[in-house]
Design a protein around this ligand. Structure first.
Ligand code: GLN
Ligand code: ZN
Length: 756
């Protein structure tokens, strides 16, 4: 009856087998055959896990990234690599991903609003496409040999072009479409020859704001691709496509997939006038989050859709399961009550199978499972673990004054200057210092229980003392403790907050072999006791100079976690903000005069559609203000954001009303400051004057030049001098060289400013 399928499965392996094999291959410990064998075994294992589905995805596996694999299949290798006219082998594939001696890697950027990163295709006027059959087809044959029904998954042609980057002024990458389509045609023909009936073409760009020419590309592209066999399933996700349905109805495809979790409101609209000749795949199980599905609700939704579509209804997760961990059953250490609320990829497929059975044989056939699902939903709704009356009461009691500093910036900064007595162009860093093997070992041993609390504290104190001494020697003005106690800027806080849970194996691919283990925010958030106070005050006791308290902001804590879905994200953000506010006030009471609240994820929380930006920016800004505004005028609040696309959100950044913001600018040669200038950004700014992402240490002169450029745009009284981001990934030798030069550069420019 309803066809069941999945849009993609996590590729990294429940034990991160792919990560380990990749890293072994890159370091020369294994050869490409062994890496390929790991890939083959993972694909087979993942297909077997999905074998209960009517169609299993093929092509969702990738040795690094699905967009890069698409680039390989389409033979769209940038000319600068000089790989043209030959089949791309794995070695070269990785050179595209990671760079080689002559060429930097393809750029990497976030996949829509997820934390997954893809490699950006590069296009220019001379870009050509040529099918490279070394990719995809071997995997299709593997699946066929296992007697499965493969459904190849490709990035659709319009989304593929859209997500690429034009590397040439005055050239529109959309002009490449006519050159691209024949290669897609060839891929489809070859799949037909293998007896493939369905191909999924992912077009998530349909859920973005698109200009008329991009919209017009859809009929052009799909008109050219129309085939009787294989049939095309046009897959959309991450947002509503209700406003695109007239356009989509004109495309000669055999079906659509829509995301009924992220955009449930589109379902009735789309069902209302759904084209009679197409199947509709309904994504009812959340592919972006780890909560167990409310089966009864999902079954009702499926039944309502079937009433309209009958045999044409398909069932699936909302999007590829790439964005969730693989298997919950590995989490034996997780609190059983919390575990009962969760489902990872394997469990989500079980839910899908249950839904299908319920739809086919009636609710009675899954009665026990429905009852269990109801029990879980009910328990989650009422668990005292989730609901803290005290937290809810605090939120209720908030008034406008809690979101406002006592005075305006000019008054505050005057008092802060008086208190801090800093020179013009004060120097500082973003927070972290190198995480040496000794520091990592002390943390790991402490976690494992082999290092006692007192010895651990001594080790951290030692690291902090050293960091303070070095900063004093180098002549920095506002010091940091160096964050030796933090493994991760979200995990560190989450572990100390109520309402957070952590997994042991909940890895999700971020890019290539890099995986993250996002915390789970399951309940009302509260801070039982101070989280950073002891380290910061210890650091402050080591020096006369001000030491910055260092915190992660509410929006970043939210953005880098799996967030509860039983209340709006904005409410969870305010709860996080209250916890951070408590920490800020404790630091202030302990005499800490400068406190930084990092929000590197502030921008990435922006919704995909512009019309939703304002609402997000409103609550995100309020969350930051709630966290930061509970201090006196002479306590200086810093924030830090490490990206450079500020253009659209500067008004919101100004609304944060941080006294000082440090940002990434060095890679763009301070260009970004122009937007701060033309927007008349009112508060202090620390434009990063060197790039910490590379081991290169710029000469003092180069930093002087950047600083002078900054002074030409922003009044020097409002400028700070700092690197682009934290220094935890660098070696001490580089840090020493770069920071001494940075201080020297600040002094040079300071002299010039003061003595003309
Ligand atoms: N304070 C953090 C650090 O220096 C900030 C990290 C970040 O911006 N991503 O490491
Ligand atoms: Zn940063």
């Amino acid at each position: 009856m309803a066809v069941t399928h999945s849009l993609g499965f996590p590729r990294i392996g429940a034990g991160r087998e792919l990560k380990k094999a990749l890293e072994a291959y890159w370091s020369g410990r294994i050869g490409s055959e062994q890496l390929q064998e790991t890939g083959r075994r993972l694909r087979e294992r993942h297909w077997r896990l999905q074998a209960g589905l009517d169609l299993v995805p093929v092509g969702d596996f990738a040795y690094y990234d699905q967009m890069l694999t698409m680039t390989a299949l389409l033979g769209a290798i940038p000319e600068r690599f000089r790989f043209r006219d030959q089949s791309l082998d794995l070695e070269r594939y990785f050179q595209l991903a990671r760079g080689n001696r002559e060429q930097p890697a393809l750029e990497m950027t976030k996949w829509f609003d997820t934390n997954y990163h893809y490699l950006v295709p590069e296009f220019d006027r001379n870009t050509t496409f040529r099918l490279d059959p070394a990719w995809l087809f071997g995997e299709v044959d593997e699946a066929l040999a296992l007697k499965l029904q493969p459904k190849p998954v490709l990035i659709g042609p319009v989304t593929y072009l859209y997500l690429g980057k034009t590397k040439e002024a005055g050239f529109d990458r959309l002009d490449l479409l006519p050159r691209l389509l024949p290669v897609y045609g060839e891929i489809l023909a070859r799949l037909r020859d293998r007896g493939i009936h369905w191909v999924q073409l992912d077009e998530p760009a349909l859920a973005l704001d698109l200009t008329p020419d991009w919209l017009a590309a859809y009929p052009a592209a799909y008109g050219a691709l129309a085939t009787a066999e294989p049939k095309l399933l046009l897959a959309t996700y991450f947002g509503s496509v209700a406003d695109r349905r007239d356009l989509m109805a004109r495309l000669p495809v055999a079906g659509w997939h829509i995301d009924a979790v992220r955009a449930p409101e589109q379902v009735p609209q789309i069902l209302d006038d759904y084209p009679a000749d197409k199947v509709l795949s309904l994504g009812l199980i959340d592919g972006r989050n780890i909560w167990r599905t409310d089966l009864r609700r999902a079954l009702l939704q499926a039944e309502a859709a079937r009433a309209r579509l009958e045999e044409r209804l398909w069932l699936a997760p909302s999007c590829s399961l790439l964005h969730v961990p693989t298997d919950l059953s590995l989490e034996s250490a997780l609190d059983p009550e919390i575990r009962s609320w969760l489902a990872f990829a394997v469990q989500k497929l079980e839910e899908l199978a249950l839904l299908d059975r319920g739809l086919r044989l009636g609710a009675e056939s899954i009665q026990a499972e429905l009852a269990e699902s109801d029990r879980v939903a009910n328990a989650r709704a009422h668990s005292p673990r989730i609901h803290s009356p005290a937290v809810k009461a605090r939120l209720e009691a908030l008034g406008e004054a809690d979101f406002q500093r006592g005075s305006s910036f000019p008054q505050r900064i005057a008092r802060q200057r008086q208190r801090l007595q800093l020179p013009l162009l004060p120097t500082t860093t973003i927070g972290s210092f190198p995480q040496t093997p000794e520091i990592r070992k002390a943390r790991a041993d402490y976690r494992a229980g082999t290092l006692h609390q007192a010895a651990y504290r001594d080790a951290m104190h030692e690291a902090i003392q050293q960091a303070i001494r070095k900063q004093e020697d180098w002549g920095l003005d506002v010091l940091v403790h160096g964050e030796p106690e933090r493994n991760d800027m979200v995990e560190y806080f989450g572990e100390q907050l109520e309402g957070f849970a952590f997994t042991h194996h909940g890895w999700v691919q971020s890019y290539g072999s890099r995986c993250v283990k996002p915390p789970i925010i399951y309940g009302d958030v509260a801070r039982p006791k101070p989280m950073t106070l002891e380290w910061i005050t210890f650091a402050q006791r080591q020096t006369e100079k001000p030491v910055k308290g260092m915190l992660t902001g509410p929006v970043t804590l939210l953005q880098w976690s799996f967030v509860r879905d039983d209340q709006p994200r904005s409410v969870t953000a305010l709860q996080l903000a209250l916890a951070i506010r408590d920490e800020v006030q404790d630091l202030e009471r302990a005499g800490v005069s400068v406190i930084q609240i990092d929000e590197p994820a502030f921008r990435e929380g922006l919704p995909l559609r512009r019309q939703e930006w304002e609402e997000y920016l409103r609550w995100a800004t309020r969350a930051f203000r709630l966290a930061s505004c509970g201090v006196g005028d002479d306590t200086q609040i810093h924030t830090h954001m490490c990206y450079s696309e500020f253009g659209d959100i500067l008004p919101a950044i100004a609304e944060l009303d941080a006294d000082v913001i440090s940002i990434e600018t060095s890679r763009s040669d301070m260009e970004l400051l122009n937007s701060f200038h033309s927007f008349r950004y009112p508060n202090d700014i620390g434009p990063g004057i060197y790039d910490i992402h590379s081991p290169r240490v710029p000469e003092t002169e180069e930093m002087v030049r950047l600083l002078e450029r900054a002074c030409a745009t922003i009044p020097p009284e409002r400028l700070w001098v700092n690197p682009d981001c934290g220094l935890k990934t660098r070696a001490w030798a580089e840090v020493e060289a770069s920071l001494t030069r940075m201080v020297a550069a600040a002094r040079t420019v300071r002299e010039r400013l003061m003595h003309g």
